[in-house]
Design a binder for this molecule. Structure first.
Ligand SMILES: [Zn+2]
Length: 241
């Protein structure tokens, strides 16, 4: 059996226009790889006609093997994958906000209910029409740093053609992926954006002995995928952006 080469990397997604975000920070590379593995597994199960375990916030998430190194500087319980959140390269200064609207489909409601009132109000109540803001990041590329197996990372990312929110509306279209070896320190590649600020959620112990790292302060947030799961939530330092 050959050992997997884990080397410092720069991962780049060239964008057609930009990306719509749901969180104040960029999309995590480890989260993206984890969701791609999960999607591939679900597709296999569908092909075989077998069941798969649905996501459950009440039970321990199934262990997952990513083609990335692990940082265990903060102990076995606070480990994280060696990868940052996305950094927008060639960003056009914002804010850029689009609005989308939705209204209930009267025909669909009619099919769901046998006692539909004559008029479902669009002005009030659960089925009212909505206008929602959609914050956008306009940039020519998203960039991540990582320590991992370049071929395996590129292989998984090749299946990701769009990224972020509202992808079916044309947001987050990816033109191509590149994964390049970086002449960088593995610790920096695991924790910092290219400008030297904190690029991911990390336990305070991860930054011990490293001076002047800008962070986004402290807070409760996930340390590894699935980031929204209560079992991965810790008291962490937040990314600078
Ligand atoms: Zn760390």
């Amino acid at each position: 059996m050959t050992t997997t080469p884990m080397i410092p990397l720069v991962v780049r997604a060239r964008l057609a226009s930009g990306v719509a975000h749901a969180t104040p920070w960029g999309i995590s590379l480890d989260g993206l790889l984890a969701s791609e593995i999960r999607e591939n597994y679900k597709a296999e199960c569908r092909t075989r006609g077998t069941e798969y375990e649905p996501y459950d916030s009440a039970s321990e998430p199934a262990p997952l093997e990513l083609p990335l190194a692990r940082c265990t500087l903060a102990g076995q319980d606070n480990w994280h994958w060696s990868a940052t959140f996305a950094w927008p390269d060639g960003e056009v200064a914002g804010p850029h906000v689009q609005y989308w609207s939705s209204r209930p489909d009267q025909h669909a409601l009619d099919q769901l209910s046998d006692g539909l009132p004559a008029l479902v109000s669009e002005r009030q109540g659960r089925y009212r029409a909505r206008v929602m803001p959609l914050p956008l990041t306009i940039a020519s590329a998203l960039v991540w740093r990582a320590v991992g197996d370049p071929d395996a990372v590129l292989d998984l990312l090749g299946g990701v053609r769009t990224i972020g929110r509202k992808r079916s509306s044309g947001h987050g279209h990816i033109l191509n992926w590149t994964v390049e070896e970086a002449a960088a320190d593995p610790w920096a590649s695991s924790h910092l954006h290219l400008d030297g600020s904190l690029g991911r959620t990390a336990h305070a112990h991860c930054l011990r002995g490293h001076q002047r790292v800008d962070t986004g302060g402290e807070g409760q947030m996930g340390l590894r995928p699935p980031y929204m799961h209560p079992a991965t939530r810790r008291e962490v330092l937040l990314p600078a952006r």
